[in-house]
Design a binder for this molecule. Sequence first.
Ligand code: MN
Length: 133
Amino acid sequence: MDITRNGIDTASGPGEWFTGDVYIDAVAAPSASSRVSASAVHFTPGARTAWHTHPNGQTIYVLEGVGRCQRRGGPVEEIRPGDRVFFEPGEEHWHGASPTRFMTHIAMLQVDDEGNSATWGDHVTEGEYGAAG
Ligand code: MN
């Protein structure tokens, strides 16, 4: 057992990966014996990831607020607390807050052999983001 006390600073989501203000708290970090990576991600209203994929897929679990997510070619979906979303390995997608609400989710994945968690693409445009109720 190894307890990490609440002393890790919240990180800002980098601008090349996110639109708007996003804050990330580390939950689990990969180590020599574990590929699990988990984060609590806090999206301010209107904030969202860029389009991206995960080598081994990703599960998100919504804790608070109202969010949106979309896979490439699919509709924009509204997600709420208690909703769980699995993105398939290599499935291009984005996730974020709704325009008028914060959204916090836990994000869980397994990194690949090189320790990569995601491959990042274009930002989600206003048109793509707003293309649903
Ligand atoms: Mn993702």
